[in-house]
Design a protein around this ligand. Structure first.
Ligand SMILES: Nc1ncnc2c1ncn2[C@@H]1O[C@H](COP(=O)(O)OP(=O)(O)OP(=O)(O)O)[C@@H](O)[C@H]1O
Ligand SMILES: [Mg+2]
Length: 341
């Protein structure tokens, strides 16, 4: 929920403009966007929100007003819908900030499914996830998050699934194959069957030497995921995506030239991150925030100093490296502009 709120607030904030004319254009655009969401994706052929029938208390867990997910014709949204329809579960792989969490919220909204979210990298106990008795004796059992999802349905989103603890993975495995049930050993081995609309999406960063701290996902879980979708940034290195420039310009309310400069810098920083030379690669959301600072009068370098430079690292040496990249790209953009004129 928190992530969704972040997404919603990021789109709302990005629409806060300095004058009324822009504000009203932006608001009508948001309305149009959310209205058009179901028309933007050919999703109904896989999952239809009108088939879902969740009780009142779960309705607020269904995301709303999720901003659109942009891609270059990869049809990620539909492919996730297909994987869920055919196999009930799938895996998303991609570096930080490539929109994995975003797209899961979007899919949940389009499918009309409540979201249950767990970050496996956090020290969540097996009791929190599966359940426990409270008080003395064996009278009051409280279902944990995974048990709740299994009984009641929705999308269970397991972030950083490769960091999942072995005891959690072992309990999940029978759920994810033909058996489709879980056994609550803690609760007199109660068998819980997987709700017909209980879907699971796992996500993780790519495992490679470049991503310090990542480890391969446990083999038993790997076998149970039929579909694996790879995500990447829209622009990386020299590959610059016009759609990303357009989006930074629109959502950040800056001109296309400055948006192009920011996207080129972002693409370079992402390349360095993927090579292991920087600790962080900026998401498109980060670039939009940078643009917003510029829309209030800061130049690109000043905006970067307040956003991407400190966001990348606390280390002054790394910060200087980022500043250097920013400066070089601003100069080469200015030179290219001069030759154009
Ligand atoms: N293709 C895209 N279309 C629209 N917005 C995007 C896209 N990719 C990323 N974003 C935006 O970038 C920001 C980061 O995305 P998100 O948090 O979903 O990334 P993530 O892949 O889940 O990262 P992490 O691995 O760190 O959890 C969000 O504000 C999201 O809306
Ligand atoms: Mg995420």
């Amino acid at each position: 929920m928190e992530q969704n709120n972040k997404l919603i607030s990021s789109v709302k904030h990005s629409k806060v403009q300095s004058d009324k004319v822009n504000l009203s254009i932006s608001i009508s655009k948001i309305k149009k966007d959310s209205h058009k969401l179901s028309e933007m994706y050919d999703f109904k052929k896989y999952m239809d929100s009108s088939d879902m029938n969740f009780p009142e208390d779960m309705l607020e867990m269904i995301p709303s007003d999720t901003p659109p997910y942009l891609d270059n014709g990869e049809h990620y949204v539909e492919r996730i819908g297909r994987a869920l329809k055919f196999f009930k579960q799938c895996a998303l792989i991609g570096p930080s900030g490539t929109g994995k969490t975003h797209i899961v919220y979007l899919v949940a909204e389009l499918a009309g499914l409540p979201m249950w979210e767990i970050n496996c990298g956090l020290a969540t106990s097996v009791f929190d996830l599966f359940g426990r008795y409270v008080g003395l004796g064996k009278e009051n059992w409280i279902d944990g998050l995974i048990t709740n999802w299994c009984r009641r349905g929705g999308i269970l989103y397991l972030d950083e699934a490769n960091m999942m603890k072995q005891d959690v993975a072992t309990k999940l495995n029978p759920l994810l194959d033909q058996r489709g049930h879980m056994v609550l050993t803690e609760k007199d081995s109660e068998i819980i069957h997987r709700h017909k609309h209980a879907y699971m999406i796992i996500s993780m960063n790519p495992v490679s030497s470049e991503f310090a701290g990542t480890k391969p996902i446990n083999a038993a879980m790997r076998r149970r995921m039929s579909v694996w979708l790879n995500f990447d940034y829209m622009s990386v290195g020299d590959k610059i995506d016009d759609k990303e420039i357009q989006m930074v310009s629109e959502r950040g309310n800056i001109n296309m030239f400055d948006a192009e400069t920011i996207v080129k810098i972002g693409a370079k920083l992402r390349q360095e991150y993927k090579m292991g030379d920087l600790p962080y690669g900026p998401s498109i959301g980060d670039l939009v925030n940078w643009a917003r600072i510029c829309s209030d009068g800061a130049n690109v370098a000043e905006g970067g100093d307040e956003t991407l430079v400190p966001m990348t690292s606390d280390d002054p040496e790394v910060q200087d490296e980022v500043r250097h990249i920013i400066k070089k790209i601003i100069e080469s953009q200015a030179a290219a502009n001069k030759t154009k004129v």
